[in-house]
Design a protein around this ligand. Structure first.
Ligand code: GDP
Length: 452
């Protein structure tokens, strides 16, 4: 995600401030200027950035902070809070419920990623046990039905559309009726887009909406337009009752931060973001975990969600139990690596894990990082059970390190590097110790704890 660059710049600015011996006005200003530059480069509107800077300065009044106050923590927290405020779009007007029929209508300009997103949204819910269905009411773009059909078939999702019928309202109504009879709980209607916001598009949207009476209208927009997202979101909101927004292509554009903040400024609730062309490159948007991740603090709720999605049900309690015991042994690291390699797309999962994201796995170098993990695992294959199950770093004497290097055909330096990585991760993961094991839907408490 290009946003990683923005996050990296902000984290670096905070880190530099933290490294200063004394935090005075000058150091704070330098930090805030760095953050301002990064946000402006990401096309965040100038006014939003200026307000954020003013607010942080108001909260962090250096003269008033008595000695002994942890200035760094207060500043970090203020930056975190302000970024959350800037990106917080509010809650959607409607949340569908599994088992109860909901009609969801998708609107957006042509090329925004609307059709792709319809399938991603259906697929996301299908994996969670819903019964989604897709209706192609886009009769404007040639090939739209074929595209939806192809995606739906791949994901084994029922679909409805027509090559001959040119009335989108008719198709939408027929499709919705059919899937209501089939007891689908999520009926997704893909509507036409146009190249620009024109009257014909808005009129068609209104007609389809009137005829199908959707429970929720989702507006799909492309993040590459940056802060221009403000005007686009406003225009759509004024023409149809937009209840939620999905921002696409967050993987490829430096302006992603600008787009998200601009949408938030219109108080249009972003519920998901698209992070790639593939079906599963789609993430729930939740502002606090998102900002945590942006700042390299990890996104525990997202990670746990992923665990629930990909680790077989019967293995989940055991894995979570181990994590909560907090004795992060090399064996646990090995098992984590195994899980991570299984989880794919690897980049997405990694970016959710504190400590893993930026250092073990820099963005854009997923292949290398995957090879590195496999190399680490080979070295761990040459370890004894005692070594794997110990969390005592002193156990790893020089002679043991040499034996492991010989056994795995690697250099002593590489074994040492792997052990350093283990120590670094153990330190981060030890924070999980004593935590109640979260069940589905109980992720936020864990997330709060980890980010504290
Ligand atoms: P529509 O005209 O709005 O229905 O747009 P499409 O669904 O046909 O998408 C237009 C292009 O954007 C296609 O090439 C998609 O693969 C691509 N696309 C959609 N979502 C994303 C995303 O999140 N990331 C990236 N990189 N590409 C996307």
């Amino acid at each position: 995600m290009v946003l990683a660059q923005l996050g990296g710049s902000i984290s670096r600015a905070i880190q530099q401030m933290s490294n200063a011996t004394i935090i005075d006005e000058k150091v704070l200003n330098e930090c805030l200027n760095e953050i301002t530059r990064a946000l402006l480069q990401s096309d965040v509107q100038f006014k939003l950035v200026r307000d954020m800077q003013t607010n942080i300065k108001k909260i962090v009044n250096l003269d008033d902070l008595a000695a002994g106050h942890n200035k760094r923590r207060i500043i970090q927290q203020a930056i975190f809070n302000e970024l959350c405020k800037m990106l917080d779009p509010g809650k959607p007007s409607f949340t569908p419920k599994k088992g109860k029929t909901s009609v969801i209508m998708f609107v957006g300009l042509q090329g925004s990623g609307k059709t792709t997103t319809c399938t991603k949204y259906a697929y996301y819910h299908q994996k969670k046990g819903w019964k989604p269905a897709l209706v192609c009411a886009d009769t404007f773009r040639a090939g739209a039905f074929d595209q939806l059909k192809q995606n739906a078939t791949k994901a084994k999702i029922p679909f409805y559309g027509s090559y001959t019928e040119s009335d989108p309202v008719r198709i939408a109504v027929e499709g919705v009726d059919r899937f209501k009879k089939e007891n689908c709980d999520l009926i997704i209607v893909d509507t036409s887009g146009r190249h620009k916001q024109e009257a014909a598009l808005f009129e068609e949207m209104r007609q389809v909406s009137e005829a199908t009476k959707p429970d929720l209208v989702i507006f799909v927009m492309d993040s590459s337009i940056g802060q221009a997202a403000f005007d686009q979101a406003q225009a759509f909101k004024q023409s149809v009752a937009v209840g939620a927004v999905i921002v696409t292509k967050m993987d490829g554009h430096a302006k992603g931060g600008g787009a998200l903040s601009a949408v938030a400024a219109t108080k249009s609730p972003v519920i998901f973001i698209g992070t790639g062309e593939h079906m599963d490159e789609f993430e729930v948007f939740d502002v606090k975990p998102f900002v945590s991740r942006l700042l390299g603090m990890g996104d525990w709720s997202g990670f746990m969600d992923k665990i629930h999605e990909v680790v077989p049900m019967d293995q989940q309690p055991e894995l979570l139990q181990k994590l909560s015991e907090g004795n992060f042994t090399l064996r646990i690291m090995y098992e984590q690596f195994q899980n991570i390699l299984k989880m794919g797309p690897i980049g997405q999962v990694f970016s959710m894990l504190p400590g893993f994201s930026s250092e073990l796995m820099p963005k854009g170098r997923e292949k290398e990082s995957q090879a590195k993990i496999k190399r680490y695992m080979t070295m761990m294959d040459s370890m004894t059970n005692e070594e794997l199950d110990s969390s005592n770093p002193k156990l790893m004497t020089d002679s043991r390190i040499m034996r492991i290097a010989r056994g795995s055909g690697r250099q002593v330096g590489e074994v040492m590097e792997m052990l350093e990585e283990y120590k670094r991760l153990a330190k981060i993961w030890s924070k999980l110790k004593g935590l109640k094991i979260p069940k589905k839907g109980e992720m936020s408490a864990l997330s709060r704890n980890m980010n504290a």
